[in-house]
Design a protein around this ligand. Structure first.
Ligand SMILES: [Zn+2]
Length: 176
């Protein structure tokens, strides 16, 4: 870039003369400088308890047997196991189980519904398993055979659970 030659500027020379400046000292060259850009990288990582992670995986991929007392809070409330919302079902089934079409006429539960409460009262709660499996299938043992058969089947949500959820307004009366 070519700068203008101010030494020939009359106004500037008059001003310098009025200020008593005889000679403009030369400015030494600036030392070279290196600019550094500081980039701050931040990582956030939560320390997860390995036992908790293993428990979560087990719940999501399989099922855990429970005492109903461990998953029920108040009547009609959603079922919970160690702070996790779960669904409960009976794995060992003697009803109509069709592994070929992957269906069972048993129901699964999400709430402390009247069926669950009834089971608790007659002491059959040990038959339930809890899961967080999200593909809609449940691991089922068909006990109608002499040697039980293992498989997976879809089940429907218990009607009493729907009632509980309506009571608690978890779902709208009109949506079912
Ligand atoms: Zn239910």
């Amino acid at each position: 870039m070519k700068l203008p030659d101010y030494s020939r500027c009359v106004e500037l020379n008059q001003l310098l003369e009025a200020m008593g400046v005889k000679k403009i000292p030369s400015v030494p060259a600036l030392p070279p400088d290196h600019f550094k850009r500081e980039v701050v990288k931040t990582y956030t990582r939560e320390e997860l308890d390995p036992k908790d992670v293993a428990f979560d995986n087990l719940l999501k991929e399989g099922a855990i047997p429970v005492d109903i007392e461990d998953i029920t809070l108040l009547p009609d409330e959603l079922l919970e196991l160690n702070g996790r919302k779960v669904c409960a079902y009976i794995r060992d089934q003697k009803g109509r189980v069709d592994f070929y079409n992957k269906i069972s006429n048993y129901k699964y539960h999400l709430c402390n519904c009247s069926t669950i409460q009834g089971m608790k009262n007659i002491g059959r709660e040990h038959r339930y398993l809890t899961t967080q499996r999200s593909d809609g299938f449940f691991e089922v043992h068909n006990l109608t055979f002499t040697r039980y058969k293992k498989g997976i089947a879809r089940m429907e949500l218990c009607k009493n659970c729907i009632e509980s959820m309506e009571k608690k307004e978890f779902i709208s009366h009109l949506s079912i």
